[in-house]
Every structure is written in structure tokens, then in C-alpha cells.
Design a protein around this ligand. Structure first.
Ligand code: NOJ
Length: 550
């Protein structure tokens, strides 16, 4: 019997299919590879998998440029493989979430091709506008693309004469859809049903804050979408879309769920996306942006919880994903005072000294933190292996449009998308079968100790820690009372949930723990809490068990 509320406390594993496992030996991950590694997911103990876009795509933005929402990219497999994957995951007790990309399509999507060919009905589904200036030579407004440069590209007619411009908040190969056109909404209703009818359990919603633009597409006046209101993002009108989608999801007997990727200026704004009749959950990116500092982490946790308190939606924790520098590397550098946001996810800090040993200790500690907190937790593939960012990918092997469109000023996201190491001492580390081809992004030397095979039977490995923590979370934390902070030395974060507590030490000194250790992020720490570690402890019987704040 499926628990209809599973998504409130789930551990969800993010699978980047191109880099998870390669079934056919061409160096590109695929569905056959994913299916063959379901035992890894089951052994890890995750409740669900979110798979990044797997649709046919010319791959100008790693599949976030979708040419057909109802099929599988041939590089990954077929619809039959997808059906088999759903069945096999379900048999293993694991749900499947897909990635829905509703803000834009590929420039090769049939709608956009027809629009460029001049079909007025299809042009109306995108944002085509005349340019400004005497001969329309200037973009229609001042919006910039998140990948650099103007958010508009000018078209050229069949006669070679420059024509209107079209809007793309991301790459020029990703034209934005006009969500005020009824055909767009109808199309996505149908896409949802297409996958829900095949047994898919839900969707991560890409750029959930971007679909609806301010009327008249006014200038932004230099605001940056991350921290301030912007006419391209977080418009109130977007919520009608999510109310409509929720009604569709609720038509299904077994629950179908959504998680929003919404970069909005505050948690109060984020809370709007998870109102009772909208999306179920929304990623809490403040944690991913936070430095390894107890005071900041506590503020982030409090702020997120307070903002969601009235919504009924659980907080949704995430430490890394396919867009940001892996947290082993983030935590291995000098920590900013408040947030990594200023350095655009810290990518520009490439070249600054990094201590991966410290980073990995902190990453292991942060894993225990997120797995003990109330709510749901996402694990990005490779987190469970303690993988660092790969920072020395040669420029000519980089594929991310962020790198190319910025002329290399933004190093891009390839470094967190490197294929996983499964076994062996040399690339491709068992990524594909037999004498597999070189992987689509190069793997570094020296990953032998980080492979699944090397960590699997090592009591002190990060993989073992994750497996234990996820199993014990189900046993101890999932039904535990709500969080209450407890007093702790400076630089230490400590909370209890009933008679269990989680302590995390970001200070430079070792501290004593209040009870016997159930699980420690440092394999050799004993009963103390050294710097850069976390522990789950059982509080002595004499303690107040009510879960109220001390
Ligand atoms: C957010 C996705 O996570 C990112 O990878 C992608 O480039 C943009 N949305 C555009 O779809």
C-alpha cells in the first residue's frame, strides 16, 4: 500500500542521466545504465529518483532545450525503456519524478520551427516583438539572458531582411513560451497526463518562477532576478498555472507530486508556490547557498521553516545539484560570511585554494544535518560518494553554454556533471560496460578510492555513511517530533526532536556531546564532536522529551 504522503519526508536522489551509468558503452549515460544500477539506489535507501530531462533534444543546454516532450532522446533509449524503468523502480519501492521544462522549448521544437517559418498561429506561442531603434536594431527591452548577453535574438526573414526579435531567458536555442496563449497551457496539461498515465509519480518544475512575464514586457532597469523583483520572474499570474496542474495531479489515485525550482527573492515569495492547491514542495536553495557556519545555517533553517509554516508544505533541503559547485569543494574553500550567492555559485572562485579533506568532512556533517531535519531531502548523484567538483576540465571539452556564452568568464557547470565512478582505478571507472568509450566529459585521475566498489565495504566511507544515515533516518527521524533548538557552544548547531538530537560543529574546537552517539559523520571520532563533524545522539532519559525548545 503506497503511503500517499510519502513526499513529505522523502529522500530523493537526483539522477543526471547523461552521467549516471552507461548501458551501451558509448560514453554517454542512458536508461539501460540507470536500470542496471537500480540496486545501488535501493541499497542507498532512497524513496524516489528525480531524472533530469531525458527528452529528445539537440543538447544546447544539456537537455533543458526540449524538442519533443513526449519521447526519449535516442542517446538515452526509448519509451519502452522508460516504461521498463518505471516498472522496475516501482518494484524496488522507488518513485520516479521527471523534469518538466515549461518555460521554454528547443529552437528545434516543431512549434518554433513553424514560428520561424512565419506561421502566425505558432509565432503567437512565443514572445516575438519588433526591435527598438530607428530600424528595429535594438532588443525590445533590457532583459539579459541568464547565460549572458541580451535575452533577445533577432530573426532574419527568408528574404534575408532582419525581422522581429524573440525572447529567450536562457540560450538563444531556448525560446521562451508565451504562457498567456491558451495552446501553451493545454499542451502542458496533456504532457503531464502523458507521463502520469505511464506511471510517473511527479515532476520537478524547471524555472517555475519564470513562465509568466509582466504585461508589456517592461524594462527591468538593471535588477538581478535572484534578489529583487524582476518583470520576467515570480509574477503573481504564474500561480494560476500551478493551481491547474495540481488539479490534474489530484485526479490520480496514487498521488502525483511536484517540486518547484523557483529562485525567488524571499522565502515568503517561495511559500506562494506551495500553497495547498499549488505545487507540493519547492527547493530550499538558501541552504545550498549557505556557508558552513552554524549561525547562518540556523538562520536559513528558521527562515525557511517560518515561511512555510502556514502552507502545509514540508521544507525541501538540497546541498548540491547539476547547476552548482559540488559542496565538497564549496566547503573546502574559505567560507563567505553569509552566502555563496555573490560569486554566482562560487564558480568564479576556481583557482582559489581548496582543501578537499576539510570539504569532505564538512559535506559528511552537512549530510547528517539535512537527513535529520524535518521535511524532504535531495541527494545529487555523487554526493553519496563524496565527489568534489572537477575543476580542471580542459576548456575545449567544456559544453555548458554558460562557459561559451560568457567567453569563459563563467566557467560553467560541467564540473559537477562528470560521469560517476563505479569501479576500478582508471577512467572510465566502470561507467560503461567492457571496453567502454571515453566518457562524454572527462573524468579525473585519482577517483579510484571514490568509486562505489571501493567504498561499498569500507565502514568509514561516505557511501556507508549515507546508507546508514538514510536507513536510520527512516527509523528515527521521519516520525520524530518537530525540531527544537537546544543551547550549544558558539559555532555549534544543535537541535532535538524528541529524545534524539543532531549536533553539528562548525567551530574550530572539539565539543562534548550530550548523550551516546548513534551515528557520527567522522568514523573515528568516538563520543566527542570535533570541528567539521556532526553526530546524532540519544538524549539521556532525564531530558525533557516533549520536543519543546529548551
Ligand atoms: C534550471 C536548470 O536546472 C538548468 O540546468 C537549466 O540550464 C535552466 N533551468 C534552463 O532550463
Amino acid at each position: 500500500m503506497i503511503d500517499p504522503e510519502w513526499w513529505r519526508t522523502a529522500v530523493v536522489y537526483q539522477c543526471y542521466p547523461r552521467s549516471f551509468a552507461d548501458g551501451d558503452g558509448d560514453g554517454v549515460g542512458d536508461l539501460a545504465g540507470l536500470r542496471s544500477r537500480i540496486p545501488h539506489l535501493a541499497r542507498l535507501g532512497v524513496d524516489a529518483v528525480w531524472v533530469n530531462p531525458w527528452y529528445p533534444s539537440p543538447q544546447h543546454d544539456a537537455g533543458y532545450d526540449v524538442a519533443d516532450f513526449r519521447d526519449i532522446d535516442p542517446a538515452y533509449g526509448t519509451l519502452a525503456d522508460a516504461d521498463a524503468l518505471v516498472a522496475e523502480l516501482h518494484a524496488a519501492g522507488i518513485r520516479l519524478l521527471l523534469d518538466l521544462v515549461p518555460n521554454h522549448v528547443s529552437h528545434e521544437h516543431p512549434w518554433f520551427r513553424a514560428a520561424l517559418a512565419g506561421d502566425p498561429a505558432m509565432r503567437a506561442r512565443f514572445h516575438f516583438r519588433p526591435g527598438r531603434g530607428a530600424s528595429g536594431e535594438l532588443p525590445p527591452n533590457d532583459w539579459t539572458s541568464l547565460f549572458g548577453g541580451p535575452a533577445w535574438t533577432r530573426t532574419t526573414g527568408a528574404d534575408g531582411v532582419p525581422g522581429e526579435w524573440y525572447l529567450h531567458l536562457f540560450a538563444p536555442e531556448q525560446p521562451d513560451l508565451a504562457w498567456d496563449h491558451p495552446a501553451v497551457g493545454d499542451e502542458f496539461d496533456d504532457v503531464l497526463r502523458f507521463w502520469f498515465d505511464r506511471g510517473v509519480d511527479g515532476f520537478r518544475v524547471d524555472v517555475a518562477h519564470g513562465l509568466v512575464k509582466a504585461d508589456g514586457l517592461p524594462d527591468a532597469g538593471g535588477t538581478t532576478a535572484l534578489s529583487e523583483p524582476h518583470p520576467a520572474f515570480d509574477q503573481d499570474g504564474v500561480h494560476a498555472v500551478y493551481r491547474r496542474w495540481r488539479r490534474i495531479a489530484d485526479e490520480y489515485a496514487a498521488p502525483r507530486v511536484f517540486v518547484a525550482e523557483a529562485w525567488v527573492p524571499s522565502n515568503e515569495r517561495l511559500a506562494h508556490y506551495v500553497r495547498e492547491d499549488e505545487l507540493h514542495t519547492a527547493f530550499q536553495f538558501d541552504l545550498l547557498l549557505a556557508p558552513f557556519r552554524a549561525d547562518v545555517l540556523r538562520e536559513v533553517i528558521d527562515d525557511a521553516r517560518a515561511a512555510l509554516a502556514g502552507t502545509g508544505s514540508p521544507t525541501t533541503w538540497v546541498l548540491s545539484n547539476h547547476d552548482v559547485v559540488r559542496h565538497v569543494t564549496r566547503y573546502g574553500r574559505a567560507q563567505p560570511e553569509r552566502s555563496f550567492a555573490d560569486g554566482i555559485m562560487e564558480r568564479q572562485r576556481r583557482g582559489e585554494p581548496v582543501d578537499l579533506e576539510v570539504g569532505r568532512r564538512r559535506a559528511r556533517a552537512a549530510a547528517l544535518l539535512t537527513l535529520a531535519l524535518p521535511g524532504t531531502t535531495y541527494v545529487y548523484q555523487g554526493d553519496e560518494l563524496g565527489l568534489p567538483e572537477v575543476e580542471d576540465i580542459p576548456d575545449d571539452r567544456r559544453l555548458d553554454p554558460r562557459f561559451h556564452n560568457s567567453g569563459g568568464a563563467d566557467v560553467g557547470r560541467d564540473g559537477c556533471r562528470v560521469p560517476l565512478p563505479w569501479q576500478g582505478e582508471e577512467p572510465p571507472y566502470g561507467f560503461g560496460p567492457g571496453a567502454a568509450a571515453a566518457t562524454w566529459l572527462p573524468q579525473p585521475k585519482g577517483w579510484g578510492p571514490l568509486t562505489v566498489a571501493a567504498q561499498e565495504h569500507d565502514d568509514a566511507s561516505t557511501l556507508t555513511l549515507y546508507r546508514r544515515a538514510i536507513a536510520l533516518r527512516r527509523q528515527w527521524w521521519v516520525d520524530a517530533p518537530d525540531l527544537a533548538w537546544v543551547p550549544a557552544p558558539e559555532g555549534v548547531l544543535a537541535f532535538r526532536r524528541g529524545d534524539l538530537a543532531c549536533w553539528l560543529n562548525t567551530s574550530g574546537a572539539s565539543v562534548a556531546l550530550p548523550g551516546p552517539v548513534l551515528l557520527h559523520s567522522a568514523a573515528d571520532a568516538g563520543e566527542a564532536l570535533p570541528p567539521d563533524t556532526a553526530a546524532w545522539v540519544r538524549l539521556p532519559d532525564t531530558e525533557d522529551r516533549s520536543g519543546r525548545s529548551s
